[in-house]
Structures are given as structure tokens and as C-alpha cells.
Design a protein around this ligand. Structure first.
Ligand code: FAD
Length: 519
């Protein structure tokens, strides 16, 4: 039988893992990457960007970091080197077409009416169909000249949620960036894409205002404060205080023992849990509260949050459930003390001639440069890659997530999977697991259930994911449910979900990538 072709869009972490696992099943992966290199977001970062995830959690299950890397949180260039050696080791590079942007994808060989009548995904619940294919329309990423389209049996979209498309806040007329005459406005994506020398010259001796309070904003503020000191302070404009951690060991306890072992999962409700697990989560809820307090008291004391008026009004449990737990750069609050960083809270802002006006103030924040660290619109990219308006509708985000079975497959979009659109404390770990599951599915190890069952399962997951994050649910984060999620993938693949030897080890030791190195 002719080998099936799998078109993989994107060669970041998810695309590399998808390529490796499809190859391992004897399929033909064709990876299309718009950039000139592998690594996705890690190819364009700030000079100071480092992992926020401890290295042992951010590694492929069968490919440990080299011994030469001893940092707990390796820098962006070490991450890139690690990804390159992974790609070389598993012979992935020859399957990647660089500088090839996929403009759009068309599903061929089936009408909308025919699809509407299906009770199972793709008509059968299986990965492939003889007549039906995807056509990938490609352009040269530099010249936009069309390249030859590629026809494949299956598509894996690994196009990244946190790159390419900036999220720019909306403003009424004359209150947006166009009103700011005295300086320049950039998104953090543009700043990250700059050569380091050019970027540091750009901020030197400037009054910089940064909008946002997540990882990019915090790192940017530190870069500006180090460059300009208190003479030209950097203003950070934020909406909500967050539990930004100083390190991953509150009061000396590894965070993974509080949130990433099976015991921690017993403390919370899980999608599809039975009565016993439901009851246990209710009875153990005081411990859930206690774990959250352990972290909160530590962060409050370590950063003296009360002194700066930066104590969040929500719990750490909400933060971690929503993946809002950026690591604070070293000495961040020292820079606040010395006046190099000024923190300003406001629910909204507008641009004016000299900079930014915030609620309740009469004078503007005078600025020479405003950097919007306001996130990304990966959702737009995902939707717009489809030519069909029906698929575009299916792939539209509702409440910050798109409906995917096993967070990977849309029940009504056949022969296609999405990897990298939910978040975890280690996205590499999640992407690798998902690609492994996908490869088993492509290999025929299991079939998908009916569309109705898939939709019911998705609804269950969505409800639980939102439950603990409250208003912060923005990233479809599975951090506190990761073991439960991996259990489901393991059951589908016919693996034993219990990955550790012994009852107590399985209950209390944190689960990480190395637990899933082999079936
Ligand atoms: C500053 C920053 C720091 C981060 N730190 C961490 C961390 O510490 N821990 C963690 O777990 N996660 C972190 N993340 C999240 C990060 O996104 C993931 O870790 C991971 O790198 C995502 O990999 P990916 O392959 O899914 O997507 P990406 O890395 O975004 O890769 C997507 C790739 O697809 C390509 N592409 C997109 N559209 C097309 C198209 N139409 N045609 C062809 N190619 C296309 C892009 O060029 C890109 O190379 C961080 C993200 C950012 C932005």
C-alpha cells in the first residue's frame, strides 16, 4: 500500500515532535515552515528570555538535555541548540521545507452536505480516506510568489498560538496609536524580532511605557530599567496583579509536589470523574486551599507584595489553573525601589499626543516609546488558514478556546489535527504527548468515538478547565489536569496510565516527560 503523506505546518516544538512521531510510524511527513529555521517562538525572543519551566520538565521524553547545560532555566539560545540537536538526532531536517508559508488549505473530494450526514469523524472515525485529501497552497515567505501546492492525506497544524499575529487593543477613533505624536508604538513581537543591538539602541535613553504584566512585559521592563536606570524610568501599565513566582520552590517545596502529582489531582474535580473521585475532591478541598496559601504566603513575603500594593485579589490556584504564572525576573522589585520601574494600574488607557492617558489621572504618562506586551492572536491565524467558511466557523474560538477532542481534533474537521493551542506549565511535554497519541491514531491503533461522544467529552473538558481559572481563563490551560489528560491519551493508545512503580511513588511523585519515554 502507498505510504500516506502528512502535511505538518510549522517547525516549532510541536511541528518537530509531529514530524518525529509520524516518521516513526512509516508515514511521509512534509513539514512546511515560513521561517528560515526551526524553533518557532524561540527564534525571535528578547536577549534576556529564558525558560520559565524547569529544564527537566521541558525536555523530550527520550532526548535529555546535554550534560553541558546545567542551568535550571536555560536561555533562549540553549533552547534553540537543544531543539536543533533533537532535529538532527532524529533526522527531521530533511523533511522540512523552509521559507514556505502555507497560505491556505482546502479539503478536496467531499461536499459540506456529505460531511453534515456523518455520525463519525471523517465518516468512519479513522484517520485516512482514500478519495479525500487536503491541498496546501504555499508561497515563498520572502517574495510571496506561489510555490507548487502540496496534496496530502492528513494535516497537522502546528502554527503556534504565541507567535506571528499580535493582539493590539482596540481604541475609539483618535485614541489609538495614531494619536501618539511624540514617539513610537511597537508590539513586543516586533521588538523580539529585532537584532539585539538595534533593540537595545531603540530603548536607550528613552522613556519607555510597557503595557502588560506577563512574561514578555516583565522581561522588557527589566531590559529598559537596566538600560536607562531611574533617570528615564520605565512605566509598566497593568490591569491585574498576578502571582508571579520568584522560583519554583515555595518555602523550599518543589511546586510540582503541590500541583503536578496524582495526589494534587485528587484535590480537584476532573472531567468525566466518577462519584468516588468527585467526593474525594470535595472532602480534600481544604488541602487544595492550603496548597494555594502556601504559595501565596511565600510569594507575598519574598517580593514584599503588600509594600508595593501588588497583592493579587485572586488565589494562586486560579493563576496556575489559567497558566498565569510568569516567573519574575531577578531583582525586579529592587528596580521598583530604585525608581527605574514605575508600576501603574489601570483598567483601560488611551493614547494622546505625549504618550498614554490612564483612568483617573489628568496628566499623561509621557513616553518616547510604548511597547504593547498585550499577547497574541493565534486564534485568527488558525481560523484564517481554512478556505472553507464552514471549517472557519468550526475553528473559531469561543471563550478563549476552540473545541478539540483530546485538545487536538475537531469532531467536524476531518483528516486534520491541531497541536499547540492549549497551554501547560510545560508546552513541550504536552505537544510531545499529543503528537505521540496522534501518531498512534494515524497508525490505526484506535478509532475515534462518534461525533456526538466527542462533542460531549469536549464540553466536559471545557467546563472543568474553566471552573478553576474563573475570569482568567484565556489560554485553555491544562496545567492542573495534565496527568488526567495524559491518562486518557495512554488509555487510547493501550498504555498503562500508571507510569511509576509502587503505590506511593505513583501518588506523590511529580509526573514529567521521562515517565512517558516508552509504552
Ligand atoms: C517569550 C515566550 C516564552 C515562552 N516560555 C515558555 C516556557 O518557559 N515554557 C513553556 O512551556 N512554554 C513557553 N512558551 C510557549 C511556547 O509557545 C511553547 O513553549 C512552544 O515553543 C510552542 O511551540 P509550537 O511549535 O507549538 O509553536 P511556535 O513555537 O509558535 O511555532 C510555530 C511555527 O509555525 C510557523 N508557522 C505559523 N504559521 C505558518 C504558516 N501558515 N505556514 C508555515 N509556517 C507557519 C511559525 O513560523 C513557527 O515557526 C513561551 C512563549 C513565548 C512567546
Amino acid at each position: 500500500m502507498e505510504k500516506k503523506k502528512v502535511g505538518i505546518v510549522g517547525a516549532g516544538i510541536s511541528g518537530l515532535a509531529a514530524c518525529k512521531f509520524t516518521l516513526s510510524k512509516g508515514l511521509i511527513p512534509i513539514v512546511l515552515e515560513a521561517r528560515g529555521d526551526i524553533g518557532g517562538v524561540w527564534t525571535e525572543t528578547l536577549e534576556t528570555t529564558a525558560l520559565q519551566t524547569p529544564r527537566e520538565m521541558f525536555q523530550f521524553s527520550d532526548f535529555p538535555w546535554p550534560k553541558s547545560v546545567t542551568e535550571k532555566f536555560p536561555r533562549y539560545n540553549q533552547v534553540l541548540d537543544y531543539l536543533k540537536s533533537y532535529a538532527e538526532h532524529f533526522g527531521l531536517l530533511k523533511h522540512i521545507k523552509f521559507n514556505s508559508r502555507v497560505l491556505s488549505i482546502d479539503y478536496e473530494g467531499c461536499s459540506d452536505e456529505e460531511m453534515e450526514g456523518w455520525t463519525h469523524w471523517g465518516g468512519s472515525g479513522e484517520a485516512f480516506a482514500e478519495r479525500r485529501k487536503w491541498r496546501l497552497n504555499i508561497v515563498d515567505a520572502h517574495t510571496n510568489i506561489p510555490l507548487q501546492a502540496i496534496v496530502v492525506d492528513f494535516v497537522v497544524l502546528c502554527i503556534g498560538r504565541f507567535c506571528d499575529v499580535p493582539n493590539i487593543p482596540k481604541f475609539p477613533p483618535n485614541e489609538g496609536p495614531e494619536a501618539f505624536k511624540a514617539g513610537k508604538v511597537l508590539h513586543s513581537l516586533e521588538y523580539s524580532a529585532m537584532d539585539f543591538d538595534i533593540a537595545s539602541k531603540l530603548i536607550k535613553d528613552k522613556r519607555v511605557t510597557i503595557v502588560g504584566f506577563q512574561k514578555s512585559a516583565l522581561d522588557l521592563a527589566m531590559e529598559c530599567a537596566n538600560a536607562n536606570g531611574p533617570n528615564k524610568p520605565c512605566t509598566v501599565l497593568y490591569k491585574t496583579e498576578h502571582w508571579n513566582l520568584p522560583n519554583s520552590h515555595p518555602w523550599g517545596i518543589p511546586l510540582h509536589f503541590l500541583y503536578m502529582n496524582r495526589f494534587a489531582e485528587l484535590l480537584i474535580h476532573k472531567p468525566g470523574e466518577g462519584f468516588f473521585l468527585y467526593l474525594l475532591a470535595v472532602l480534600l478541598s481544604p488541602i487544595r486551599w492550603l496548597f494555594s496559601k502556601i504559595v501565596e504566603t511565600y510569594v507575598m513575603k519574598k517580593h514584599k507584595l503588600a509594600k508595593y500594593g501588588m497583592v493579587p485579589s485572586h488565589s494562586f490556584l486560579q493563576s496556575i489553573s489559567a497558566c498565569f504564572i510568569a516567573t519574575l525576573p531577578d531583582k525586579f522589585y529592587d528596580k521598583v525601589d530604585e525608581g527605574s520601574i514605575v508600576l501603574k494600574k489601570s483598567q483601560s488607557f488611551r493614547f494622546c499626543e505625549e504618550g498614554i492617558m490612564i483612568e483617573g489621572e489628568t496628566k499623561p504618562i509621557r513616553s518616547d516609546l510604548v511597547i504593547l506586551a498585550t499577547g497574541y492572536r493565534g486564534d485568527q491565524k488558525l481560523k484564517e488558514i481554512f478556505t472553507s467558511s464552514t471549517f472557519r466557523d468550526h475553528m473559531t474560538f469561543h471563550d478563549s478556546m476552540v473545541s478539540l477532542y483530546r485538545l487536538c481534533i475537531h469532531p467536524r474537521v476531518p483528516q486534520l489535527a491541531v497541536v499547540g493551542f492549549t497551554e501547560n506549565t510545560s508546552n513541550l511535554f504536552t505537544s510531545e504527548m499529543r503528537c505521540r497519541w496522534l501518531a498512534e491514531f494515524l497508525d490505526g491503533t484506535f478509532k475515534l468515538p462518534s461525533i456526538k461522544e466527542m462533542e460531549k467529552d469536549i464540553a466536559n473538558w471545557e467546563k472543568t478547565l474553566k471552573h478553576y481559572s474563573g475570569p482568567f481563563f484565556k489560554r485553555a490551560c491544562i496545567a492542573i489536569l495534565h496527568i488526567w489528560y495524559c491518562d486518557q491519551l495512554c488509555k487510547d493508545m493501550g498504555w498503562n496510565p500508571r507510569r511509576k512503580k509502587g503505590f506511593f511513588a505513583d501518588l506523590f511523585l511529580p509526573y514529567g516527560p521521562s515517565d512517558y519515554a516508552s509504552p
